[in-house]
Design a protein around this ligand. Structure first.
Ligand SMILES: *Cc1c(COP(=O)(O)O)cnc(C)c1O
Length: 484
């Protein structure tokens, strides 16, 4: 299995190299030279980890045996259940992992993939995972990498730029190889510093002297993308085996989208033969992708909004590059040109023919905060089923559509993670941050169980309370993990 770059056809990497490198040297993203084959019909009788393992086996030719079983053992119950809401309406729950959101689906697999890939490459060095986070990804990375042999993970977050509960989650993290540090600065400062760290020659050699190499858990790593393909296969199998659809019948998926990683995995599943009708890209008020799919023009020259679905507050959706590479006929030069244009002038436009290819597969829509509130209220009043603010964007878009196909709304977070906004939608205006009290209030109102680890957070001991200036990040890494 070879991988190439979306920006340079001369690149040819092994699967292990692609996982290890994360991003190609030319700035492009790794994509498989040929999409591997997997048949959903071979998965009907399988558990979720068995289905996921078949997908891992198809994409990675190094020893990945047993990885899905180990990764999804950290989930409560079924890793990705499909719940029936009504005739023709289903919810795929992707939040049964340790941080109760969809990032766990991939971030619990990636650490095992990285260790296996390093072994394949004969690389005995320790891997230091550096993460700059605006909240949720940092916690998911800490949980995913904690106590994984041969790795350490260090997360930087803006000390005044994350919610109280997100901060608490990172400060109280357990595990022998974990660390979290507050930054005086915003998320972009943290991200820029981490990017610079990867290229800092002094830091690289100080780490090298300690037998350590840096890596990232970024969502553009194929090791994060591939595990996500599995749940589209799995949801389809569940619908067939439960008798909800006939084998071969088409199903639409509506996906709450930010960085385009989740929905791109759906695209790969569709290309691999899962009978998906339309993939519906649901955005919040930051509706760059809605406009792109509707018109063919991607344009980030617009106002950025903070919404009640913060994980979708994104203007540059990195994983869209992989779709454009495919829809352009695998034209790396054109893909590079578009990405360069995006950087230089903040926009590019695809041809009419290519736009048609995109709209044959993708539908789109967006929901602002008020639409999301309505969607939460409607879902709860009508069906007694509680959804979070991100899933609400997808449900709002799904409700407005007319499709003859059954619809699966992809659910990306446990509603308790966004308790104040969810309470507001149910008519209990509490405002502010998630507290034990808001969790209990939501529990009283809905009788849905509070995830134990979320409730316990408020009594947990703080282990990491360091705060440093953004200018000190590289020095901090050197001092903590290097040999100087
Ligand atoms: C990350 C995230 C999303 C967006 O997923 P992408 O793969 O970035 O499109 C949606 N909802 C939640 C809760 C998330 O954490």
């Amino acid at each position: 299995m070879r991988y190439t770059s979306t920006r340079d056809p001369a690149v040819s990497a092994t699967a292990a190299q692609a996982v290890n490198d994360g991003i190609s040297r030319d700035g492009g993203l790794y994509v498989p030279v040929e999409l591997p084959k997997a048949d959903y019909r071979d998965m009907f009788d399988c558990t979720y980890p068995e289905r996921a393992q078949k997908i891992l086996d198809a994409f990675f030719d190094f020893d990945v045996s047993g990885i899905a079983e180990r990764a999804y053992a950290t989930f409560d119950g079924d890793a990705a259940p499909t719940v029936k809401i009504d005739d023709g309406l289903y919810v795929l729950e992707l939040w049964h992992g340790r941080t109760h959101a969809f990032k766990d689906m991939a971030l619990s697999v990636l650490p095992h993939l990285l260790t296996a890939a390093k072994k394949q490459e004969g690389d005995a060095r320790k891997t230091l995972i550096l993460v700059a986070t605006s909240g949720d990804t940092g916690k998911a990375a800490l949980e995913g990498f904690k106590d994984v042999d041969g790795t350490a993970v260090c997360v930087f977050y803006p000390t005044d730029g994350v919610s109280r509960v997100q901060k608490l989650a990172m400060m109280t993290q357990d595990g022998s190889n974990v660390n979290s540090v507050g930054i005086v600065g915003n998320f972009d400062d943290a991200q820029n510093a981490v990017k610079l760290a990867f290229g800092d020659v002094g830091l690289i050699s100080a780490l090298e002297a300690n037998n350590t190499v840096m890596s990232s858990a970024n969502s553009i790593n194929v090791g994060r993308l591939v595990p996500q393909i599995a749940y589209y296969f799995s949801a389809y199998c569940d619908l067939v085996t439960c008798g909800e659809i006939d084998d071969g019948g088409k199903v639409d998926f509506v996906v709450p989208t930010g960085n385009f990683g989740n929905i791109l995995a759906g695209y790969y599943a569709r290309e691999m033969g899962v009978p998906i009708g339309k993939l519906v890209c649901a955005s919040n008020r930051n509706n760059v992708l809605t406009d792109f799919i509707a018109t063919g023009k991607y344009d980030i020259n617009r106002e950025f909004f903070r919404t009640t679905s913060p994980s979708m507050d994104i203007l540059v959706s990195s994983n869209l590059e992989r779709l454009l590479f495919e829809t352009s006929g695998r034209d790396a030069a054109l893909t590079k040109q578009r990405m360069d244009a995006l950087k230089a002038v903040g926009e590019y436009t695809v041809s009419k023919a290519e736009h048609k290819k995109i709209t044959d597969i993708f539908d789109c829509g967006y929901a602002d905060d008020a639409d999301c509130r309505d969607a939460i209220e409607h879902m709860f009043d009508e069906y007694g089923y509680l959804i979070d603010t991100h899933t609400a964007a997808a449900y709002a878009v799904a409700r407005k559509r007319k499709s003859k196909n059954p619809t699966v709304v992809v659910s990306t977070a446990n509603p308790y993670k966004f308790a104040p906004a969810v309470l507001g939608a149910l008519g209990e205006e509490v405002g502010g941050e998630v507290t034990l009290k808001t969790l209990e209030l939501l529990c009283d109102l809905t009788a849905m169980e509070i995830p134990p680890s979320l409730g316990e957070l408020f009594g947990k001991k703080v282990r990491f309370d360091e705060v440093i200036d953004k200018s000190e990040i590289i020095e901090y890494i050197k001092k903590t993990y290097g040999n100087t």
